[in-house]
Each structure stands twice: as C-alpha cells, then as structure tokens.
Design a protein around this ligand. Structure first.
Ligand SMILES: CC(C)(COP(=O)(O)OP(=O)(O)OC[C@H]1O[C@@H](n2cnc3c(N)ncnc32)[C@H](O)[C@@H]1OP(=O)(O)O)[C@@H](O)C(=O)NCCC(=O)NCCS
Length: 328
C-alpha cells in the first residue's frame, strides 16, 4: 500500500478524495448530503477555524482504497490529534484500515502529540475496529435534521411569548457574518461558553478563543460560500453578550443549512435564552432565506438541555457519531 499526503492545491487528489468520501457515505451514512469539492478544499485549506486537517490517500495498485486525515490545534489541546479514517466499502476487511491507522499514528507520534482520537458513525465496523486497536469509547453525538416545513411556528410563537418575561433584562440582536472587527473580542469571550458543553470521557482541555480565531472561523465559512446568520442576546444592565446561536446557509445548495454554535454564558442561564435565540434566528431565516428547507445540527448525546430545545424546534434524529481515544 502507498499512503501519500496531499493538500488543497492538488486538484486530482481532491477529486479522488471526494469520490472516496461519497462511496463511504453511501455505505455508512446515506442520509448525509453528498460531499463537494468546495467543502473538501475548504476543510484542507481552512479547517473549522483556521487550522486545516491534513489529508492522506491510500492506494493499492494505483487504486484508491482508503484515506485519512490528521487534525491538530495550536490554539489549545497541544497533547491531542484527531484522526479521520475511511476505507472504501469494496476494500474492507483486508487490513487496509489497520495499515492506514498505523501510518497516521506514526505521523502523530512524530509531531509529539500523545493522545489520539478518532471517530465515525455508529456501526459494528467502527466499534470493533476501534476496540481492536485499543481505543476507548469517550463521547457520542447525535446528528439531527430540522425540516422547516414541519416546524409548528404558531406553537413556537406561543413558547416565545411565554419565555419573554423571563428574559426582560436581555435584548436579541441580529448580526450577519462577517462580524465587524471591533466586536470580535467580545464574541471570542462569549464563544468560550461552548466549553461548558458536555465532553463525556474525552481527554480534552477547554478551547481557547481569540478575535483571530473568530475571524478565521468566519473566513472558513466565507470560503465555503456560506451565508452566515448569528443572533446574540445582550444583557442590558451590563451590556455584556450573554449568548448566541449561528446558522449558515450553503450557497452551493441554498435549501440546506447547518447549525453551528449555540451557547449561553453560565451567568445568564435560566432565562430561556436558548429558546429565544433559536426562535429569533428561525424568524430571521424565514425572511432572509425563504428557500431554506432543512438545518443539520450535532449535539453531545448527554446534552439534555440543548436537545430539549431542539426537539421543541422539530428536529429528527439522523445518526449517532462515536468518538474514541487512546494514548500513544
Ligand atoms: C472502520 C474501517 C476503517 C475499518 O477498515 P478495514 O480496512 O475494514 O479494517 P481492517 O481490515 O484493518 O480491520 C481490522 C480489524 O477491525 C475489526 N473490524 C473491522 N471491520 C469490522 C466489522 N465490519 N465487523 C467486525 N469487526 C470489524 C476486526 O477485528 C478486524 O480484524 P479481522 O478482519 O482480522 O477480524 C472501515 O469499516 C470504514 O471505513 N468504516 C467507515 C468509517 C469509520 O467508521 N471510520 C472510523 C473508525 S473508528
């Protein structure tokens, strides 16, 4: 087997990568939307927020049989590397997955990282493969999809009105992406509230947010040609930002959106801000993106509060994603 690293400028390899991802998707997670060249390039050029994943393709006799990615952060979690690993469905149970994993672990060790994580959609293969290689299950997340035609807007309006008196000290504000520079420091401080989301048994440290990181996140969205909508809650007596929720609409497929962060700063919990933020964002999207049909979201399965809000908003479960870790 030949395993080669490539990058966002390698057009031929990017195409092969997307074809591999699509074959794996059809086998393991057919509800996911088909991958696109733009999104693959964005991942390897910008990552989520400025730190691109590094991709590898594995070939046997010139045929692509699998691939992988390594993602590390310099913002925080300097001990950690996340691997992505996929073997083409026509080439499984021949040891290719194990060979790719060994290669990626070697790269990670050379980088001086000591904890490795990997994950995938829940399946017998994923669970057995991780166990076989000494990885312990550490986290599970649920992928939900909201079908906007099914949302009961009248019921949501009622809940919104009911919640409003609990949040009398707060105002909701609509901020389109990109965020002006002079707001990025406040945004970064608020964004760190996401560190309170459950991490189950994962060996991870709090993430460190900065204005630069917020800008890099928005640059990644812009590169994917996503239109971004952020609603924030401001605490009127102090002027502080108390919470936010963000949805991006894919201009490649304008009927599809993705839910990004939703968080409420600890000191401001208990005022129904999670519900108010999400309803306000839905109202904005109905005006600005009337063609939008669905929004995908991921939550830690243990995040009962957030899931409670999502179910009220008409989400349906699509799949469960597992994460595993081991120390090298
Ligand atoms: C998981 C995956 C990478 C395994 O690739 P693979 O090339 O088939 O793996 P290997 O042939 O190296 O398998 C190594 C061992 O893992 C276990 N294993 C792998 N697939 C299995 C399955 N479907 N059922 C039971 N055990 C399995 C077995 O112990 C196997 O050894 P064996 O074949 O000698 O019994 C592949 O199924 C895949 O791409 N799945 C979708 C993506 C994914 O889930 N990635 C994350 C993995 S945590």
């Amino acid at each position: 087997m030949q395993i080669t690293r490539f990058g966002p400028d390698d057009a031929a390899e990017l195409k092969e990568w997307v074809a591999l991802e699509d074959a794996v998707r059809l086998a393991d997670s057919p509800w996911e939307h088909e991958p696109t060249l733009l999104r693959a390039e964005a991942r390897f050029r910008h990552g989520w927020d400025g730190e691109p994943a590094v991709p590898y393709l594995a070939r046997v006799d010139d045929e692509v049989v699998g691939g992988g990615t390594i993602a590390v952060s310099e913002y925080d979690n300097l001990h950690l590397a996340w691997l992505g690993l996929q073997v083409h469905p026509d080439h499984r149970r021949r040891g290719h997955g194990s060979a790719i994993l060994a290669h990626l672990e070697g790269e990670v060790a050379a980088m001086g990282r000591t904890t490795v994580g990997m994950g995938g959609w829940e399946s017998e293969a994923c669970v057995a493969f991780a166990a076989r290689h000494g990885y312990a299950r550490a986290h599970q997340a649920i992928n939900r999809r909201q079908h906007l035609a099914d949302v009961d807007r009248a019921e949501l309006d009622r809940r919104y009105d009911e919640a409003l008196p609990r949040a009398a000290d707060y105002a909701l504000e609509r901020w389109s992406l990109p965020t002006p520079d002079d707001r990025l420091d406040d945004l970064a401080e608020m964004a760190s509230a996401i560190n309170d989301a459950p991490t189950d048994d994962l060996d991870i440290e709090d993430e460190v947010f900065s204005a630069e990181r917020m800008r890099s996140y928005e640059a990644a969205c812009a590169f994917r040609r996503e239109r971004g909508y952020r609603v924030v809650a401001r605490h009127l007596p102090t002027g502080q930002l108390a919470g936010q929720t963000v949805v991006v609409v894919q201009s490649e497929h304008p009927t599809r959106g993705d839910q990004h962060d939703t968080s409420v700063v600890r000191a401001h919990r208990g005022h129904r801000l999670g519900l108010l933020l999400k309803v306000e964002l839905l109202r904005w999207l109905a005006e600005a993106e009337p063609q939008l049909e669905e929004i995908d979201t991921f939550n830690a399965e243990s995040n009962d509060h957030m899931i409670g809000v999502n179910e009220l908003l008409g989400y349906r479960v699509m799949g469960r994603e597992l994460a595993f870790q081991r120390t090298l």
